[in-house]
Design a protein around this ligand. Structure first.
Ligand code: SAM
Ligand code: SF4
Length: 405
């Protein structure tokens, strides 16, 4: 039965809105991951719209660790007793943290959470902050996967991208990472300012030459409110960047790295468990400034976001009054199909059709009209046991996802 509830927004008169019936009960909770955001970088790259801030003269490491502990302690009632399958320290530049700080964070997670013994624990690192000893110490504390922001192996390109490292430092960082942990990912971007096909493929071949188990190949996008958006560089045209994307997929496939998500490629068995959990609509607790979380309960799915400013997040977390949380809201059953598809259809193999009901609490019948329309347009695979984009659907992914709005 639909119910009508009054809602009130600041500065607006009271209105009424029709609320759709509550979603069905979740019979089981999905796997749970933890994301920790480290908000500082040596300096801000001109293309980047992540919540990253130039590091102050002195990194407020102690204050950050105390706030992180307070943030976690306040979040515990929402995840009580649940097992954690993966941890991801992202940024920003987590490799700015000292080995002792990282050790304290992982010890804290182990003390408070039910962390799986073989949990995937990834840390992002910038080659400009890499040190062999520190990587070894991170690994000794429990980090078992390092993700390096390489972007390119071309010195002139790295300068244009405002990176703090050159190609030689990138290569050295990869070797240090490979000596420290067995699982290494490299982030490389393509369709870069002034880049042609040969330069793109040179970057790709150099990335492949290290034999890492995982590569992430990101198409550079001009994000609003970045320096590149204000002063746009000359970028390859759409046909060239589409040809780059195709050539990348072929080269990586030849080298044994399968494309399994829009930007992610892995050797067999090396897919990122943490990222897969996002795309399969699993749960994640987001700690730290600007971190987003998604948590399921038997009767609702909640999204939350922390304050973006490091200082106000730290002050709010320490006040222990919930003021470090910018937003908490239950995702309505009318929003769940789009949110689910936005993630699941990024996966080349899609997901089992049963996952939809398991993770949203809705029956597949709730989206049967959109499923039929997408299949009829050749965008969705007709196999009823899977929710998977066809090659055409993947090429026009936004159009396909929007059919579930
Ligand atoms: C949050 S960053 C973390 C890595 C680390 N901070 C670094 O840059 O070395 C994750 C990755 O997102 C990618 N990225 C950032 N901004 C991008 C953009 N505008 N377009 C495409 N990829 C982007 C980069 O490849 C980057 O390594
Ligand atoms: S180092 Fe990484 S997170 Fe920091 S500004 Fe550059 S791309 Fe963004």
């Amino acid at each position: 039965m639909a119910i009508t509830i009054p809602i009130r927004q600041a500065g607006a008169p009271t209105q009424t809105r029709l609320k759709t019936p509550a979603g069905a009960t979740l019979t089981s909770l999905p796997p749970l991951s933890v994301y920790i955001h480290v908000p500082w970088c040596v300096r801000k790259c001109p293309y980047c719209d992540f919540n990253s801030h130039a590091v102050p003269a002195e990194l407020p490491e102690r204050a950050y660790l105390d706030a992180l502990r307070a943030d976690l302690e306040q979040a515990l009632p929402s995840i009580w007793g649940r097992q954690v399958i993966s941890v991801f320290l992202g940024g920003g530049t987590p490799s700015l943290l000292s080995a002792a700080a990282l050790d304290e964070i992982l010890a804290m997670l182990r003390a408070y959470l039910n962390l799986w013994p073989d949990a995937e624990i990834t840390m992002e690192a910038n080659p400009g902050t890499a040190e062999a000893g520190r990587f070894r110490d991170y690994a000794a504390s429990g980090v078992n996967r390092l993700s390096l922001g390489i972007q390119s192996f071309d010195d002139a390109q790295l300068k244009k991208l405002g990176r703090i490292h050159d190609a030689a430092q990138a290569r050295a960082a990869i070797e240090m990472a490979q000596r420290a942990v067995s699982r290494v990912n490299l982030d490389v971007m393509f369709a870069l300012p002034g880049q042609d096909m040969a330069a793109c493929m040179d970057d790709v071949q150099q990335a492949l030459s290290f034999g890492t188990e995982h590569l992430s190949l990101y198409h550079l996008t001009l994000e609003p409110n970045t320096v590149f958006a204000k002063y746009p560089p000359t970028l390859p045209d759409d046909d060239t960047s589409a040809a780059m994307q195709d050539a990348i997929e072929v080269a990586l496939d030849t080298a044994g790295l399968q494309r399994y998500e829009v930007s992610a490629y892995a050797k067999p068995g090396a897919r990122s468990r943490h990222n897969l959990n996002y795309w399969e609509f699993g749960d994640y607790l987001g700690l730290g400034p600007g971190a987003h979380g998604k948590l399921s309960f038997h009767d609702r799915i909640v999204r939350e976001a922390r304050l973006r400013s490091p200082d106000t997040w730290m002050a709010g977390a320490m006040a222990r009054d919930g003021s470090h949380i910018a937003e908490t809201r239950s995702v309505g059953p009318d929003e769940l199909p789009f949110e689910f598809m936005l993630n699941a259809l990024r996966l080349k193999e899609g997901v089992a059709a049963t996952t939809f009901s398991e993770r949203t609490g809705l029956s597949l019948a709730a989206i049967s009209r959109a499923l039929q329309a997408a299949t009829a347009r050749g965008l969705l695979d007709s196999d009823p046991t899977r929710l998977r984009a066809t090659p055409l659907g993947w090429r026009f992914l936004n159009d396909l996802q929007e059919m579930f709005l």
